[in-house]
Ligand binder design. Sequence first.
Ligand code: BG6
Length: 500
Amino acid sequence: MNQSEKPTALIMIFGATGDLANRKLFPSLYRLYQKGKLDRFAVVGVARRSITNEQFQQNVRDSILSADSNDTNIDDFISRFVYHSHDVTDSNSYATLNQISDELDQRYQLDGNRIFYLAMAPEFFGTIAEHLKMDGLTNVAGFKRLVIEKPFGRSLESAQKLNEQIRTAFAENEIYRIDHYLGKEMVQNIEVIRFANAMFEPLWNNRYISNIQITSSETLGVEERGRYYETSGALRDMVQNHMLQMVALLAMEPPIRLTTEEIRSEKVRALRSLRQISGEEINQYFVRGQYGEGNLNGEELVAYRNEDMVDPKSNTETFVAGKLMIDNFRWAGVPFYIRTGKRMLTKQTKIVVQFKDIPMNLYYQTEQELQPNLLVIHIQPEEGITLHLNAKKSGQSLAAKPVKLSYANRGIDGINTPEAYEKLLYDCMRGDATNFTHWDEVALSWSFVDNISRVWENTPEVSFPNYESNTMGPKAAHDLLERDGFHWWPVTMLDVETCK
Ligand code: BG6
């Protein structure tokens, strides 16, 4: 399907009264509708709660209005939403859902296309998938697709089990596993920056790059998600998926074509080259942290162990820093450093590619240390690229000074880039699975992460909490780079806005 064609589908959202549906899915669908990208569609909201259609439609309206000020044609949009109060284990409830769906299909001429979006607790994924098949909901004239949110299991073994369950009802190419980072504009831009520029790809290897740093820091704590987070921690919550996906995009070989299969198979190859680390080695490669109390503009921040639904002796990590080695020809010897955590100093995601020093610094005569060249990819909140170079200081001397060339998406194009969910929903409706995670990627990421979590779970970290809220994490995360003669480039120094 090309970009101008409008996809047609019935979208069933399981978990329609939940946070994700309200914060992301309804506003994203509405934006697609406003942009004229949807024409024939309808939505069935499915959840346990017993509410009327009118109440549900009011929820959808409220969620849209809190995200957007523009409400053009909102009544027509909302009229396509129907609610079904559902029991996930009861076949009768699925029969009613099927009937509602058939009626909507006829009313809006949806060609029997169905998208099942599971925006809810993962323990029900398997049951729902099995019922969808058993009770005839996947028996459709058009396409059927399953969209699932993370967490996709909490280890390779549980992910495998879940996968087997959903595969009874859906083929791999009908499963769309969401990693919302893959919907981010600048994450998608990594491939373009690499493969569309003659000046980067030839240098994109261990001869010219000394290290790569990926930081995804958050200022919020666990908020009301303590129960989930206690079973996950930062390793499963951020590293297994978002961080490793960014590593794969940075490390992969150029695909021979920009098709879903070719891109995925290169990403899989990159993940297969990750050096497996286990046992005692973990401490040389990975650092875990947990936030303690802190202070933000006079406001007291509570320690992780004092958050709601968190064990007061919790061993869960809220911060991870790691050094990943990719053992292939291109990357041998180049560390990929990652760090992510909650209650950190800033909310940012940035990638810094640090190039090797030039062979000889002529500017030592002027007592000048030359800064290494850096390519910074700003994923969020700013979106852009900055290239750090050295140039001549104005005036008589031949001294060099660092300069920055920068491109800021928003600043220049003057438009807000679409939300990740907007793009991903549209891709799924069009049948483009490129920016979703294939099972092979999920399995490889889990097997990498399992080695670490196995060790961490069995060895309580006595120094927890080991970083103060509102800081950049524990000292050990800095030592990790220092041991290799590097340091984290401070995220604030790298702001795209300050370098225009
Ligand atoms: C989610 C995690 O996948 O990503 C959250 O479960 C985290 O804990 C979020 O806060 C971060 O996403 P973003 O888009 O705000 O960087």
